[in-house]
Write a protein that binds this ligand. Structure first.
Ligand SMILES: [Zn+2]
Length: 137
């Protein structure tokens, strides 16, 4: 699958396999997750897939009790907020995902800098939204 074109659908397929893949610029080595088809740093389009470790640290988060309809369809509501997180991967890029395995009703116990690892997302519906899911190590 490493020869596959850089695309959101390929990114989603990698996530389905438990892999968090990004794109690496062949010129300046910058890494982007989700992947980009061109490099905004050096403005060239020769990008290659690169697999990340799927681990990183919590950079920022927000617990959301009143979310969009598709999150309500997953069972998230005022009694069961979900946590949207920015994770700084070990490789450097920051990626937005959902944080599971934390008490979203007690966000003061969710700590910036805590170690996180990519999880397999079992909550998918057929709307094929792409969202990496992390949980504490
Ligand atoms: Zn570049």
């Amino acid at each position: 699958m490493s020869e596959q074109a850089i695309s959101d659908s390929a990114f989603a397929a990698f996530l389905d396999q438990g892999q968090l893949q990004g794109s690496r610029c062949t010129s300046c080595e910058a890494v982007f997750v989700p992947p980009r088809g061109w490099c905004p740093k050096c403005h060239q389009s020769d990008m290659q897939w690169t697999r990340t470790s799927g681990t990183g640290r919590l950079f920022a988060f927000s617990c959301i009790a009143i979310g969009p309809p598709w999150m309500a369809a997953y069972g998230y509501d005022r009694d069961h907020p979900y946590c949207s997180a920015v994770v700084e991967l070990d490789e450097g890029p920051r990626v937005v995902g959902r944080l599971e395995g934390v008490d979203t009703n007690d966000p003061e116990n969710i700590k910036i800098g805590m170690w996180l690892v990519l999880q397999q997302d079992d909550s998918k519906s057929d709307d094929s939204r792409i969202c990496p899911v992390f949980s504490p190590v």
